[in-house]
Ligand binder design. Structure first.
Ligand SMILES: [Zn+2]
Length: 345
């Protein structure tokens, strides 16, 4: 009787230890343990039978059962630790970082072509003694029109051409950077030499050459005895620096409300040197900017005595210049933020 129990315990131990050692994961390990030491297990049966045994047999069988239980628990702990170690190693090797691999990195961008050209213009004029000033893009009609000698019935004031806001009837999006010149004349005492690059807005139909948002740079010089000759000299030098070579220029009479006399400046096409090509539309000339001597009334309006001071002003579209410089044939490309396009410049 006694030997039967001991043999049974021995068999349980062998089977349990084997199952525990071979458990492939924690779940099966826990299942194996409760199968051999839990309720209704082989050991449980032996323990239940103890009271029926004789006084002499009871302690030996009881000790035997406890010994087997302890052996199973130890095998369990050993297997559990080994499974945890395996799991940890697996994670460590999965998460391992190879420090010799090149980094993923972030692509280094570059300045937008418009910004590149704006910076170039600033550099050129800065070298000629101009400083850069900026003004608000939301303006009053006073700065956008009245102060620039544009009368109330001028077509430019039409809502067809200008974006008015619903803030107030006189609040609009500036349609030219000349507004900044007026502000400069009010704030700064002459002599002054300033350029004002920035965004302007016009209610225009969108096509390859026109966009409701574009960029201008305007220049203003006010000093004693400023002449049209100085205007020509300044702009000719500007063109030489911009295209990196001396180019012929021609001034055609034009009209702007705030300058008198006014002129449109054409320069010899820098791509064909006047021979005629696609860029210049086979004319050999490129219309570059508008300019003129500041109208004495505009000076007076800004509180500058036209008897003592005179000046010249000029303005050009940065977008057009950018398109010319980079050979871009559609202004809309400048505003789509398409990286495939922008990466080329
Ligand atoms: Zn040409």
């Amino acid at each position: 009787m006694q030997d039967d129990y001991l043999r049974k315990l021995e068999a349980i131990e062998q089977e349990a230890v084997l199952a525990i050692q071979n458990a492939p994961n924690m779940l099966e390990l826990d299942t194996a343990r409760s199968r051999f030491v839990g309720k209704n297990s082989g050991i449980d049966e032996v323990m239940q039978a103890l009271p029926k045994l004789s006084k002499e047999e009871r302690p030996r069988i009881g000790q035997g059962a406890n010994k087997v239980k302890t052996a199973i628990e130890e095998a369990y702990k050993e297997r559990r630790d080994s499974l945890r170690r395996d799991e940890l190693n697996k994670q460590l090797s999965a998460d391992r970082i190879d420090v010799t691999l090149p980094g993923a990195g972030r692509p280094i961008g570059h300045l937008h072509p418009l910004t590149q050209v704006t910076n170039e213009l600033i550099t050129i004029f800065y070298g000629m003694g101009f400083s850069v000033i900026e003004g608000p893009e939301i303006e009053t009609d006073y700065y956008n029109f009245d102060a620039l000698n544009t009368p109330a019935n001028h077509p430019a004031r039409d809502e067809q051409d200008t974006f008015y806001t619903d803030v107030a009837p006189q609040i609009l999006l500036r349609s030219q950077t000349s507004t900044v010149q007026v502000r400069a004349m009010e704030k700064m005492k002459p002599p002054l030499r300033v350029i004002s690059p920035g965004r302007v807005y016009r209610n225009e139909e969108v096509n390859a050459r026109k966009y409701p948002l574009f960029h201008q740079v305007e220049g203003l010089v006010i000093d004693r005895d400023v002449t049209f000759g100085q205007l020509k000299g300044t702009l000719n030098e500007f063109i030489r620096l911009l295209f990196g070579k001396p180019l012929k220029t021609r001034f055609r009479p034009d009209f702007f409300p705030f300058t008198e006399p006014s002129a449109e400046l054409d320069c010899q096409c820098p791509f064909c040197m006047g021979e005629g090509c696609r860029t210049c539309g086979h004319r050999g000339w490129i219309e570059l900017l508008g300019c003129g001597m500041v109208d004495p009334d505009v000076l007076k309006g800004a509180g500058i005595d036209p008897e003592e001071w005179s000046g010249f002003a000029f303005g050009m579209g940065i977008d057009r210049l950018t398109m010319l410089k980079f050979g871009i044939n559609d202004i809309r490309h400048l505003f789509t933020s398409d990286m495939r396009f922008l990466e080329q410049f």
